[in-house]
Design a protein around this ligand. Structure first.
Ligand SMILES: C[S@@+](CC[C@H](N)C(=O)[O-])C[C@H]1O[C@@H](n2cnc3c(N)ncnc32)[C@H](O)[C@@H]1O
Length: 434
């Protein structure tokens, strides 16, 4: 078992466009020792988090760029550099174990090459720190287009956004108030010597001092808690729920907001749509664990003629597919997987989704638009374009003590209130069109 080799294979696949969490889940199946699993996970997340910086460092150590066909060797070198720059692994172990991992690559030249690069780094580390100081991609550990876009979108906050993206996320949970109060759960945690603090902007949120596997949370199996960031917990309060209302959750998996809605109002009639069958199963598992009920439909939300029975809804939650730029600290591979051109395409889909769902909302009904993005193109600009096309749609301002008021809607930037980056806008449908 060579943990560095496994980590490098995961990184290689991520740079080929695959999702880190998906690849890692499969890779860890063969790793029995829990410390090895934790080590591999820490390296994979860390390399993705600091990929741009590590790659700039490597460029100073190479005489000529590496070939695309040697992406496996490239990934292994980044695994080595990550240990040397960010981890407290002793230098000799980091170098020798990473060099040993080359045996698995079946490229005999790689052993000497990886060894030479890592030793050269150790020899020249002070000089290299100086060389990369003024290179933005290294300093902020983001690809250049992310830095440019964050700067353009949030001229006063871009640095804090990028820093928050590189931080470790807090472990936030939501207490199921159908089962017990937040205070009671906090007392239960304290009795188990687990420290936690209240998320004051939320009614049921807590942040634990350290992360733990969800299954080990007291009362997890019986549905006392749900792992969910504080920003995502704000949606439920914006929906103005009442027991007799009908609700559509248009993009529902894995059901974080759906289950929260039902915890607040268990007798609501809720339809949850999700186009991905595997992800739909995760909604059902969460509903079962939390002992809640909703009608779950596996369909593309655009195909309303296939799944909609023609009865309009009082409330629609559109938690739209987005760049996920607000949750980079949880999914650092997003920095590598997304391209600048994705943002425009996502904004078009978001606008089309709003247009497809609008006829399904009752006059007087409320649509809550949400994304976990900090790009105005996917947020304020989508809603403004929507308002320009629909005269029966009007903003209902969010009055809140969290986030920033935008021209339309409200934005939480990554790290603000310890939360993920999130955007919310509320759209009310006119009772009659003038
Ligand atoms: C941001 S996630 C939703 C998170 C969820 N609301 C929660 O709180 O747990 C967006 C979801 O929309 C789904 N989705 C994307 N496009 C869709 C479409 N056209 N129809 C239905 N679901 C879609 C994705 O598979 C994904 O599960």
């Amino acid at each position: 078992m060579n943990t560095r080799f496994i980590a490098s294979q995961v990184i290689d696949q991520v740079t080929d466009g695959r999702s880190l969490s998906d690849i890692l889940e499969v890779a860890l199946l063969k790793v029995k020792d829990s410390r090895d699993r934790a080590f591999i996970q820490a390296i994979c997340y860390g390399v993705c988090r600091f990929y741009s910086r590590l790659d700039v460092i490597l460029s100073h150590l190479l005489k000529k760029p590496m070939l695309a066909k040697d992406s496996d060797v490239h990934a292994l070198i980044l695994v080595g550099l990550y240990q040397l720059t960010e981890m407290r692994v002793p230098e000799h172990a980091a170098v020798s174990e990473t060099v040993n991992a080359t045996e698995k690559l079946k490229k005999p030249w790689a052993r000497g090459f990886v060894n030479a690069i890592l030793r050269e780094y150790l020899r020249r580390q002070e000089e290299i720190k100086g060389l990369i100081k003024d290179e933005m991609e290294a300093e902020y550990a983001h690809p250049a287009w992310w830095i440019k876009s964050a700067k353009a979108a949030w001229p006063a906050q871009w640095q804090s956004i990028l820093e928050a993206n590189n931080a470790h996320p807090p472990f936030a949970i939501r207490v199921n108030h159908q089962h017990l109060s937040r205070e009671d759960y906090l007392n239960r945690l304290n009795a188990d010597a687990v420290s936690a603090i209240v998320i004051p902007e939320t009614k049921e949120g807590l942040i634990l001092e350290s992360a733990m596997p969800a299954m080990e949370l007291p009362g997890f199996a019986s549905g006392d808690v749900f792992v969910q960031d504080g920003a995502a917990q704000l949606a439920v309060d914006l929906l103005e729920l009442r027991p007799e209302l009908s609700v559509l959750d248009a993009c529902a998996a894995p059901g974080g907001k759906l289950t929260h809605i039902l915890e607040r109002e268990p007798n609501l009639s809720v339809i949850a749509i999700e186009k991905d069958g595997t992800r739909l199963r995760s909604i059902k598992e969460n509903l079962t664990r939390l002992q809640l009920k909703a009608e779950c439909i596996c369909h593309d939300v655009f195909d309303t003629d296939k799944w909609w029975d023609g009865k309009a809804f009082d409330r629609i939650l559109l938690d739209a597919p987005c760049s996920a730029s607000g949750v980079i600290r949880r999914h650092p591979d997003i920095k590598l997987l997304r391209q600048a051109t994705d943002i425009k395409a996502l904004a078009e889909t978001q606008l089309e989704m709003l247009a497809a769902l609008w006829p399904l909302l009752k006059p007087g009904g409320l649509l809550l638009y949400a994304t976990c993005s900090f790009f105005p193109e996917e947020n304020t600009q989508v809603i403004k374009r929507f308002f320009a096309a629909y005269t029966d749609a009007a903003e209902e301002k969010i009055q809140a003590d969290w986030g920033l008021a935008c021209e339309v809607g409200r934005q939480i930037l990554p790290g603000m209130h310890h939360m993920d980056g999130f955007y919310y806008a509320r759209i009310r449908k006119a009772i009659s069109v003038q």
